[in-house]
Design a protein around this ligand. Structure first.
Ligand code: ATP
Ligand code: MG
Length: 423
């Protein structure tokens, strides 16, 4: 029997993992700059948590969750519910009126695996709890945009408002009347959904359904005054910060808890898996989970899709390449190289050497494979003259470096190498 990973589950190997590390590092840096703190939650939660937050009539809860039915526990399909559970359980809302939290980790959904769609996938999730100001929405979306921009990805931000319990019911009725008139023309899913959750018909991927709802009423024109003002202020804020966005009246999101602002980061480079990330406001959710009436907003970015986009741009790493490869030839040179490598690593350089006494040609190959910026060649002849050759692998320029005659002279050589390599 050949042992293989489960369908929809994937190993992340060296060669790819460097990209993941780079993306995660950048997220941590940028999110921290915006005042976010990291939180890590368990992967298993009570099933009820997801049923109550995400909503019973959603694809996720209806058919995508990995649930141990005998134990009433579920592997988290998304992060917001778990994060809010932890937030309430530990009284984080009492400690600070506004909490900015982020988390990075695996999520599980039983979906049909395809490019950019897995059963174990990874999200970076950022949430702001306790703030109602539209400027918070603006800040959160601008943080997502800044992050994607710094990764070098061009992604569009689509924006909608889903209103609130005061204005959505009237819109729902109006939409229902519109949909009922076209009931026969809709796909089976939409016919079923129109009774429980008619808004979902608006974002059906079926081409015919899309065509049917083209002229559907827009929720943006049915917001109550408070929601309309909020939506207006969000757009003004985005304009103030020069964050590009476009309005999309069809976006409703697949989770029940959203209110007011909803948004998606969309790419045209991944076929059907167009959403790189998505989020929105959920002002009633914390109450629904048994907490006080605290507003919240958040988004999640899918790491697999970010990695695919970076790979399509031929990015292989976002972290630093190897700074220096030291090629020592012969035993004395290798021994000197061995201590230099150690000291340079202590000085924060990414340094490699060969420990198997291989020839120069082979060592240069290793240096190239590691993407070394410089190679220091210590040959037997050079060693006798107390010198080594430092080659810049990009410009191919070479210069001589004086080697330490005595152990106590080593610092001079180290300093010279650090100065050149750190530029
Ligand atoms: P989609 O419309 O692609 O199914 P979604 O609306 O279900 O996405 P969310 O629940 O909002 O997605 O999750 C946020 C992000 O997580 C998505 O934009 C996507 O990048 C990523 N994501 C969601 N499901 C998967 C999956 N099965 N495999 C890989 N990434 C996923
Ligand atoms: Mg989905």
């Amino acid at each position: 029997m050949k042992l293989k990973a489960l369908n929809g589950f994937k190993d992340i190997l060296p060669g790819e993992v460097e990209l993941w590390q780079g993306v995660e590092t950048m997220a941590r840096q940028i999110f921290t700059r915006f005042g976010f703190s990291e939180i890590r939650m368990p992967i298993l939660e009570k099933t009820e948590l997801f049923a109550r937050s995400i909503g019973e009539a959603t694809d996720i809860v209806e058919k995508e969750m990995y649930t141990f039915s005998d134990k009433q526990i579920t592997m988290r399909p998304e992060a917001t519910a778990s994060l809010l559970r932890a937030y309430l359980e530990h009284g984080l809302h009492v400690q600070k009126p506004v909490q900015r939290l982020f988390t990075i980790g695996p999520m599980f959904r039983h979906e049909r695996p395809q490019k950019g769609r897995l059963r174990q996938f990874h999200q970076m999730d950022a949430e702001v709890l306790g703030a109602e100001s539209p400027l918070v929405d603006v800040e959160l979306m601008s943080m997502g945009s800044m992050f994607l921009d710094q990764l070098g990805l061009s992604v569009t931000l689509e924006l909608n408002s889903l209103g609130c319990p005061a204005c959505r019911p009237a819109f729902r009725e109006k939409l229902l009347a519109f949909i009922d008139a076209r009931h026969e023309a809709l796909c089976d899913d939409c016919q079923r959904r129109s009774a429980t959750n008619p808004l979902r018909v608006l974002d059906c991927k079926n081409r015919n359904c899309r065509h049917q709802v083209e002229e559907a009423p827009s929720i943006q024109e049915h917001l109550c005054q408070e929601c309309a003002d909020h939506f207006q202020a969000v757009q003004q804020g985005l304009q103030q910060l020069n964050v590009d966005y476009s309005l999309n009246k069809f976006m409703v999101r697949g989770l029940d808890y959203y209110t007011r602002t909803t948004f998606e980061f969309i790419t045209s480079d991944l076929g059907a898996q167009a959403a790189v990330g998505a989020g929105g406001r959920y002002d009633g959710l914390i109450e629904r989970l048994g907490g006080p009436a605290i507003p919240g907003i958040g988004f999640a970015l899918g790491l697999e899709r970010l990695i695919l986009l970076l790979q399509q741009k031929n990015e292989t790493t976002l972290t630093s390449h190897c700074d220096l490869f030291i090629a020592g030839l012969g035993q004395a040179a290798s021994s000197l190289a061995f201590s230099l490598v150690h000291t340079l690593r202590r000085n924060h350089l990414h340094v490699l050497m060969d420990l198997e006494d291989r020839g120069l040609k082979n060592q240069m190959k290793q240096a190239n494979r590691a993407g070394a910026g410089h190679v220091l060649i210590i040959g037997e002849e050079e060693l006798e003259k107390g010198q080594a050759i430092l080659r810049n692998m990009v410009s191919q320029e070479q210069q001589m470096i004086t080697l330490p005659g005595q152990i106590q002279d080593r610092q001079t050589t180290i300093d010279a190498l650090l100065t050149i390599i750190n530029g």
